[in-house]
Design a protein around this ligand. Structure first.
Ligand SMILES: NC(=O)c1ccc[n+]([C@@H]2O[C@H](COP(=O)([O-])OP(=O)(O)OC[C@H]3O[C@@H](n4cnc5c(N)ncnc54)[C@H](OP(=O)(O)O)[C@@H]3O)[C@@H](O)[C@H]2O)c1
Length: 201
């Protein structure tokens, strides 16, 4: 699958490497597609760098991994490039729960948006394993078809479970769940080597 990544920092860069290693074709959508550091990194792992509109247009699925505060403007700038595509929203934004402005903007742009990869640190995307256990991933969004694609892409990273919290109305829960990870890892000083796993009986 051709996957476009807009925002190739900690989250987007790590997922680019994982998905490329899993056999996907990766397009990086960059504000400056001629940036030497970005090009060197991209060449090193065998992915292409394009302008953001070009990359968004050509991808079959799109990951948004920019700062949360830029997503609304970014979505509005993309025209119809996201229409009907699975769009993974990994962004978080400090603020009151239930606002989800980026998620809603991506939906207005026509994407089949799934909130995912937002509730754990990027280090857990680089390495999902804790000894003989594997961290879990969580998602929410209104398109069952997009969630099926996203589940496959989550598993391609190495996760064994991608728990589905439900439709768009559950996105605020997932955004709050991210705050739980951030609180424990950073404010309660547990450290970033920490991930969520669901136990069932
Ligand atoms: N870090 C984590 O562990 C973690 C975990 C879960 C979720 N998240 C969320 O994931 C998102 C990305 O986090 P990160 O740590 O990967 O951030 P990061 O390392 O700072 O990377 C951000 C990326 O976004 C790009 N970008 C910034 N402004 C942009 C704009 N206006 N248009 C297009 N691209 C833009 C940057 O590209 P330039 O080179 O052009 O600046 C950079 O590639 C955030 O919303 C964050 O809250 C992060």
């Amino acid at each position: 699958m051709t996957i476009t990544i807009i925002g190739a920092g900690n989250i987007g860069g790590t997922l680019a490497e994982k998905w490329k290693a899993a056999g996907h074709d990766i397009l990086i959508g960059a504000r400056n597609p001629n940036d030497a550091e970005t090009l060197t990194w991209a060449q090193g792992i065998g992915v292409r760098v394009l302008s953001i509109p070009e990359a968004a247009d050509q991808g079959e699925a799109v990951l948004i991994a920019t700062p949360g505060k830029v997503v609304a403007d970014l979505a509005a700038s993309l025209g119809t490039a996201l229409s009907g595509k699975p769009v993974m929203d990994a962004t978080n934004m400090a603020g009151p729960l239930g606002t989800a402005p980026g998620f809603d903007a991506l939906k207005r742009a026509g994407g089949d948006v799934v909130k995912v990869f937002n509730c754990t640190g990027w280090e857990n995307l680089a390495d999902v394993r804790y000894g003989d256990q594997v961290a879990d991933m969580f998602m929410a969004g209104g398109s069952e078809g997009a969630k099926a694609t996203v589940r496959d892409l989550v598993k391609a990273v190495g996760f064994t479970e991608c728990h589905d919290l439900g439709a768009d109305d559950k996105v605020p829960i997932l955004e709050g769940f991210a705050l739980v990870w951030i609180d424990l890892a950073i404010f309660q000083k547990m450290g970033r080597g920490m991930a969520f796993k669901l136990l069932r009986r």
